[in-house]
Design a protein around this ligand. Structure first.
Ligand SMILES: NC(=O)c1ccc[n+]([C@@H]2O[C@H](COP(=O)([O-])OP(=O)(O)OC[C@H]3O[C@@H](n4cnc5c(N)ncnc54)[C@H](O)[C@@H]3O)[C@@H](O)[C@H]2O)c1
Length: 424
């Protein structure tokens, strides 16, 4: 059968990593085979717990051996959920030595696993991706992947390093793994609607969760427990949530990104202290080098109408991406996806683990970084009221968040257009 044992599989993998750090290897860095892969999860909240289950469901020899979370209660509740799931419970093998509580817990976890799942708030992602890639580990990386320019540059560097090492990076920009969306975007790529003339996208939704302050929580604990509402942690909701829409426009464009952005936004309905300092609505216009424009908007306000849709317009017709339908210029439907469907969250893990085992790495690093940059630049334009370039944000030096996580943290103020400066 020539199937490698776990020992030879990992030996080959680490030999490949060692060789690649000398710049001598890329493709085929991992021996093909069907052996055990040890998985670790950093960030054991809702999405991380889901991702861990999907990783285990992706292959019968995937085993969860380590979990890291800033908070012990979050780790334990995630572990309990996973241990209660049929079909995977016996492969949840996280003993005390595999539990890592605290902000530095990821370091030990990375040593213990072959594949790292990352689902903390995005502020921490650049550090986690870099550490995992430096250690030669494959990564599943939830979106968004950074909150500022230095973080985005770091992700791009890690992406390049991963490519040199033949490591897989799969992004949590999950629509790219959705069968119907894949076929819809493929039709755009095949020229079915002609040349793209404009795009628009909406992520209008309602409010999300928050947690009242508990006795014993420090200011840092409070902000981390309510991370959605702090730009240094979440990137604001244009990055944390609306990135899905922005990424679909990038996908339609073959990952050609806009260069300029002009946004408006504010905070009018969600103003209580519990909601930190982020905005509750944005409308952002992106401009490409060719003059093409994407019009985007997002909102998180209770009692409002939900609209999560994306349209791509072309010289021959247009596409409603979320509905998987194509129309001619008169608005007549000319195509609708009727193929099989699948859970995109599962598909991304199935494809990731198949790629790792086949030694044919997937690397989604560049688009996950650049779509994040698009979102951050939109936010900065709205915060400042200035038209800015994506490059100015990418090259900015300001790193959001405290210098370290041991002392006091400020409560940032809400940005005021015309007063607040964009990241520099
Ligand atoms: N792809 C999708 O559709 C999708 C859906 C939901 C969330 N997400 C993304 O997944 C990430 C997590 O979101 P969530 O909804 O699971 O949030 P969550 O609050 O439920 O989970 C985040 C977890 O990370 C932990 N954490 C915070 N800082 C940490 C650190 N430095 N080290 C280790 N653990 C830390 C928290 O304690 C918490 O348990 C976010 O980036 C979010 O945007 C993606």
């Amino acid at each position: 059968m020539n199937q490698p044992t776990r020992r030879t599989f990992l030996k080959t993998a680490s030999a490949a990593v060692a060789a690649s750090s000398l710049g001598s290897i890329a493709a085929g860095a991992h021996a093909a085979g069907d052996d055990t892969l040890k998985v670790g999860l950093i960030g054991c909240g809702g999405r991380g717990t889901g991702a861990a289950a999907q990783a285990l469901n992706a292959h019968p020899k995937n085993v969860l051996v380590a979990m890291a979370d800033a908070f012990g209660d979050k780790l334990e509740s995630s572990l309990n959920v996973l241990k209660g799931q049929g079909g995977i419970a016996e492969r949840v093998q996280v003993d005390d030595g595999g539990k890592h509580v605290g902000i530095d817990g990821y370091k030990k976890l990375i040593e213990q696993v072959d594949v790292v799942l990352m689902a903390t708030p995005p502020h921490f992602r650049p550090e986690h991706v870099r550490a995992a890639v430096e250690a030669g580990k494959h990564c599943f990386v939830e979106k968004p992947v950074s909150v500022d320019g230095p973080g985005t540059r770091s992700i791009l560097e890690s992406t390049e390093m991963a490519a040199k090492k033949g490591l897989t990076i799969v992004s949590g920009l999950c629509w790219r793994y959705h069968p119907a969306k894949r076929e819809t975007i493929a039709r755009i790529h095949d020229g079915e609607i002609g040349e793209i003339t404009a795009m628009r996208c909406s992520y209008l939704t309602r409010g999300l969760w928050s947690h009242a302050r508990q006795p014993g929580w420090s200011d840092l604990d409070f902000q981390m427990r309510n991370w959605l509402y702090y730009t240094w942690l979440s990137g604001d909701h244009t990055a944390e949530q609306h990135i899905h829409s922005l990424d679909k426009t990038a996908w339609a464009m073959h990952d050609v990104y806009p260069t300029k952005v002009s946004g408006v936004g504010g905070r009018i309905a969600r103003t209580a202290d519990i909601y930190g300092h982020v905005y509750d609505h944005f409308a952002v216009e992106f401009e490409y080098e060719t003059g093409l424009r994407t019009f985007s908007r997002c909102r998180q306000q209770n009692g409002t109408d939900v609209d999560v849709t994306d349209h791509v317009y072309g010289t021959k017709g247009y596409v409603d991406v979320m509905a998987h339908r194509q129309f001619d210029l008169n608005g007549n439907q000319v195509w609708r996806y009727k193929g099989p469907n699948a859970n995109m969250y599962q598909v991304e893990h199935n494809e990731m683990f198949a790629a790792i085992r086949a030694g044919e790495p997937i690397n989604n690093g560049e688009y996950m970084a650049k779509s994040t940059l698009m979102a951050i630049a939109g936010r900065e334009s709205a915060y400042s009221g200035k038209t800015i370039t994506l490059d100015s944000v990418l090259n900015s030096e300001t790193k959001l968040g405290p210098a370290d996580y041991s002392g006091a943290v400020d409560f940032p103020k809400t940005a005021i257009p015309g007063v607040t400066s964009p990241l520099a």
